[in-house]
Write a protein of this length. Structure first.
Length: 164
């Protein structure tokens, strides 16, 4: 188990010093899932949501979210992102509760001394929140699940891939 690095010798929170870390290519992919009524998914697919093209707006919001990550997460370093990509996987098959889903996949990349896991997870989360915001007039019961890191590469800790 790794030790916690975000505490100083007095036990207070700090931003970790990454000045001695090597610059490497780093990539992280995260996901978030939004559960919604089948009728809501149909309206999204047919372009019948009054606020506009839901997935296009969510895609831009996800990219913007990744860029704003250090403004939201207190100990997160501001880094130069070299790429952010958002993709959507729609599942129209209702689950046991009668809800469909959209899975958001967010991939962030950089070349630098620290990773982009938080940027990828923020991007996926902001895209999901944007879908909720754009569709809340027709489906206030939407919910989120499975916000997680799927994979990361680069840096001292190497590659991680979520099992399952």
């Amino acid at each position: 188990m790794a030790e916690f690095t975000h505490f100083n010798e007095s036990g207070r929170a700090r931003m970790v010093d990454i000045s001695a870390k090597h610059t490497t290519e780093r990539c992280a992919t995260a996901q978030a899932r939004i559960l919604l009524q089948p009728e809501t998914l149909e309206k999204i697919q047919q372009g019948k949501i009054a606020k506009g093209d839901v997935l296009s707006v969510a895609q831009v919001a996800g990219v913007m979210g990744a860029k704003k990550t250090p403004d939201l997460i207190p100990m997160c370093h501001p880094i130069l992102l070299t790429s952010v990509d958002i993709a959507f996987k729609e599942d129209p098959q209702p689950d046991r509760e009668g809800r469909c889903s959209i899975t958001i996949l967010a991939t962030a990349k950089t070349t630098g001394p620290t990773g982009v896991e938080m940027e990828a997870m923020t991007a996926a989360s902001v895209a999901a929140l944007t879908i909720y915001d754009m569709c809340k007039a027709v489906d206030r019961g939407m919910s989120f699940s499975d916000v997680c890191l799927l994979s990361k590469s680069g840096g001292k800790s190497g590659t991680y891939t979520r099992e399952g």
